[in-house]
Design a protein around this ligand. Structure first.
Ligand SMILES: [Zn+2]
Ligand SMILES: [Zn+2]
Length: 878
């Protein structure tokens, strides 16, 4: 009775599923593999086992962006004594699905050693699907894959692909391209080792992983090396540190505690030249643009053109991605500046570089400290123009040269180096930039004569070219028990220090430092609010804000208060869609809002996920750089046993943590030996009042072990098998055992209709591409009339193989589960129902199919086991 009821329910579900299937499409066995010794091998996408369906958001231009869904299958097959690796990629074209799907072969073959078999060699082989790009040829895609033991596939799709722009996309998880991470900390301020009571320095840091640049991009730096670039007008190189005492230099009892001497730089102090500033900023630009870790994906090249009265070929560097060559090129370009300003020739030379490269994106970054004074004659060798001033012809020719480059499709960023540039000089530079006179700060910049100012601008340009997010902004409502600690009551002075690293704010005369963008304080109804317009978020240059807050007199002792109210970072993500990260107190949001107290402390406990090697990992199992970037299992304040408050007195605490921890039906255990055990002994004092303790946890390992349900001649038996074209049912049990090194949660069940050699039914049964199946899993010990879990799997099928994927199978280790699979199979063309019925009734005929349980992610790959099918007589079908 039980079985019948179950089938009835499943039929209803199966019908619902058929209506919803739409997207799922299958692949027949490719002709390349057919008839050969072959094995289906796993495909990983971005390091995660996807098992056939791969999807990614791709973006190039408005009409060329959207969600691509690919059906990817990997094959290893034997050709003589060699193994070839190939994949099929099925996808939806604007007119339907590809049939047959694209086939890609790896170029190199693997030879089978004489003492090994095909199966042994290929046992652990998988394909790593690294990247998909849109190709400038309709909506074709470019696939880039790698084999486990090297060897790449690198080819274009045969047909245009349909990209769905409306599909919703999951925000990228660190460290994937486009992921964003926010950290927010508050440290008690101490001067000379003495805590300044009630005063904290807050740091808000936004980091990002750059989007992969899928189009070749060339950037030519056009650098002014005219005589005026040698002027000593930049940062002071004085031996004395500039310091004017501020209120922070004095203790509460008005003692001078900064330990510094006042000094204000003046005419007698040495300064940097413009060209020295330009060198530093340009070197930094090259470093940031060619981040080493992105070279595999990115195709950015940089060239250098230096101009004075003329462009000298020997001071230029043609397009390259070699950093060493470029850094040398910057030095050569800016060495010993002399002569006039022939911007025309500089722009023309850059255009020649870009024309020759003919890449998708061409960018010119023009830096000059003055108005153009020469232009190059198109015929002859001479130069024309005023030489030391701008005349009408030079102005016109310069703007023309820039316009010609812009007409050719190149973007121009122009940077005025030094605010002393004449109005007409500034005007020319602005007109030369991409948006021309209408630019609102995206393509045209005017820099102060300081290293920080020029580096900031050039980093902005880098972040315009490549970034993790655009237009980021964070709004910080200051907590009600706090006030911003500012030098002057009615002023809020900020300084931009790009790439500030750990530079302290303590000695600064500024109330706040930021690494990029601009910041504003607003006061409304007595409440303060900071609005930081960050701009673009770029990898390698984290956006950092540091400011002071002081606790107000209303704050009570022994109670900690959140430093700000809910804080929201908004931005446009790599898909061009609005996204945000929300900070909430108690670690309950995307990032933390610290809670601090005048005279007590608290301890934050963060349980984070690690892999077998103890390395922090994200929720997808990818390694990340630090524990705070790892998947966060638990984020809470430490509350000592027998108490109920997170606010603790200063003193020494030994933290008790869970040996094992359960979350979302998964079990995790504390990973020994990763962190020194004494991290759990914490001393809280005035200067260590909000420590965070990171505790590593590893997901409990499970092993799958499946056994029969019913037995006939040593093989598994179906409960019910009604074939063809009716719903059939395979039933078996599975147990999950905690084990040392095998883990699981995503199971793949594969039914092979073509299982046994010599079997009467071999090659006579098939599955239908596009069909679906249903799996019911329930605990054996609670087998009542409950239905257990029903899994509508993402089924893909070839004619001979039905594959069912169960993601996040929720199981307990002390239980045995009954698994029922419901599916349909069909007779192959030449085989009739009557033949089938006769064959089934023939006693010596055993119809067997093979069942395999795989967990590719964790290496479980149970041997294929036979299942005997029992014929059940039903009314005639064909
Ligand atoms: Zn001082
Ligand atoms: Zn000085």
């Amino acid at each position: 009775m039980r079985s019948l009821k179950r089938i009835g329910i499943s039929l209803v579900l199966a019908l619902t599923m058929v209506l919803q299937l739409g997207v799922i499409y299958g692949q027949a066995l490719p002709s390349e593999v057919s008839g050969k010794n072959y094995k289906v091998i796993p495909v990983l996408f971005k390091g995660v086992a996807q098992e056939t369906i791969v999807s990614d958001y791709l973006e190039w231009s408005n009409d060329k962006k959207g969600y691509a869904v690919l059906d990817v299958k990997g094959y290893a097959y034997q050709v003589g004594s060699n193994i070839k690796i190939g994949i099929t990629i099925g996808y939806q074209t604007p007119n339907g699905y590809t049939n047959p799907p694209d086939w890609l072969d790896r170029i190199e073959e693997i030879s089978i050693p004489s003492n090994k078999t095909f199966e042994e060699v290929i046992k652990d082989y998988y394909i790593d699907f690294k990247d998909i790009k849109i190709v400038d040829n309709g909506n074709k895609l470019w696939f880039y894959l790698k084999g486990k033991n090297g060897g790449t596939f690198d080819r274009q799709s045969a047909q245009n692909i349909k990209l769905d722009p409306t599909a919703s996309v999951k925000e990228p998880v660190w460290p994937n391209p486009g992921s964003i991470q926010v950290t927010n900390t508050a440290l008690p301020v101490s001067v000379g080792g003495i805590r300044q009571e009630g005063l904290w320095q807050v740091e808000l840091k936004v980091e990002g992983k750059n989007k992969i640049m899928t189009e070749p991009t060339d950037v030519v730096l056009v650098l002014d090396r005219s005589g005026s670039m040698a002027n000593e007008v930049g940062d002071y190189l004085c031996n004395n540190e500039e310091h004017i005492h501020t209120r922070k230099c004095y203790s509460n009892r008005q003692l001078l505690i900064c330990g510094k001497t006042e000094h204000r730089h003046g005419n007698s102090c040495k300064r940097l030249t413009r060209v020295e500033i330009a060198k530093q900023a340009t070197n930094n630009f090259v470093e940031q643009l060619l981040l080493e870790n992105e070279k595999e994906h990115n195709s950015i090249k940089v060239g250098i053109v230096a101009f004075a009265t003329n462009v000298e070929e020997s001071r230029c560097t043609s397009l390259t991605d070699d950093k060493t060559t470029l850094l040398k090129g910057v030095a050569t370009a800016l060495d010993n500046p002399a002569g006039g300003t022939n911007m025309v020739q500089g722009i023309n030379k850059a255009k020649l570089y870009l024309d020759a490269a003919n890449s998708k994106n061409g960018i010119i970054v023009l830096i000059s400290d003055g108005e153009p004074t020469y232009y190059h004659t198109t015929s002859g060798n001479g130069v024309l123009g005023g030489g030391s001033y701008i005349d009408t012809a030079t102005k016109t020719k310069t703007i023309e040269a820039a316009q010609t480059a812009k007409n050719a499709g190149y973007e121009i960023y122009s940077i005025g180096a030094g605010e002393s540039i004449s109005t007409v000089g500034q005007q020319v530079l602005k007109i030369c930039s991409t948006n021309g006179i209408n630019d609102n700060g995206e393509y045209y910049y005017l820099s102060k004569d300081t290293t920080n100012a020029l580096i900031n601008i050039m980093e902005n340009v880098v972040r315009s070219i490549q970034n993790a997010a655009r237009g980021a902004k964070v709004v910080i409502p200051i907590g009600e028990k706090f006030k911003l600690w500012t030098e002057q009551e009615n002023q809020f002075k900020y300084e931009i220090i790009p790439s500030m690293g750990d530079t302290a704010l303590t000695d600064s005369e500024y109330d706040c430092v930021i690494s990029q963008g601009k910041i504003e304080r607003e006061v409304a109804d007595g409440k303060e609010k900071l609005t930081w317009e960050i701009g673009n978020i770029g990898e390698g240059t984290p956006a950092i804000l540091r400011y002071y807050i002081g606790m107000t007199a209303e704050a009570q002792k022994q109670i900690s208060y959140p430093i700000s109210d809910e804080t929201v970072l908004s931005y446009s993500n790599i898909y061009g869609k609005p996204a945000k990260k929300v900070g909430k107190p108690g670690g309950k949001g995307d990032f933390d809002i610290p809670e601090v107290s005048m005279d007590s402390a608290n301890i934050r406990l963060i349980y984070y996920l690690v892999n077998d090697n103890g390395k922090p990992i994200n929720e997808e199992g990818q390694e990340v750089e630090r524990p705070d970037l790892a998947y966060n299992l638990k984020n809470d304040y430490y509350i000592p046993e027998g108490t109920s408050s997170k606010d603790l007195d200063f003193g020494v605490y030994t933290i008790k943590y869970d040996i094992s921890y359960e979350k979302d039906n998964n079990k995790y255990i504390f990973k020994e030996g990763i962190v020194p055990i004494n991290i759990t002994r914490v001393e809280l004092n005035a200067l260590n009042a909000q420590p965070v303790v990171y505790l590593p946890y590893e997901k409990v390992k499970l092993q799958v072990n499946w056994t029969q349900l019913g037995n006939e001649s040593g093989a598994f038996v179906t409960r019910n098998f009604i074939c063809p074209e009716q719903l059939s049912n395979i039933s078996f049990t599975v147990g999950f055992i905690e084990a040392g090194n095998i883990t699981h949660s995503n199971l793949t069940l594969v039914i092979d209709s073509d299982y046994q050699g010599g079997n009467t039914f071999k090659d006579k049964m098939r599955f239908k591409v596009g069909d679906t199946a249903l799996v019911n899993v329930k605990e054996v010990s609670t087998l009542k009339e409950e239905n257990g879990y029903n899994y509508r799997s993402s089924v893909t099928a070839t004619e001979d193989e039905l594959k069912i994927i169960i993601n996040n199978l929720k199981v307990k280790t002390d239980q045995v589960y009954e698994v029922n699979i419901f599916f349909k199979c069909y007779l192959k063309d030449s085989y009739t129902y009557n033949q089938y019925k006769n064959d089934m009734n023939h006693l010596s005929a055993i119809h067997q199919i093979g069942l395999t349980i795989q967990d590719i992610e964790n290496g479980i790959n149970e041997d294929k086991k036979p299942i005997n099918l029992r014929y059940v007589d039903i009314p005639k079908i064909n």
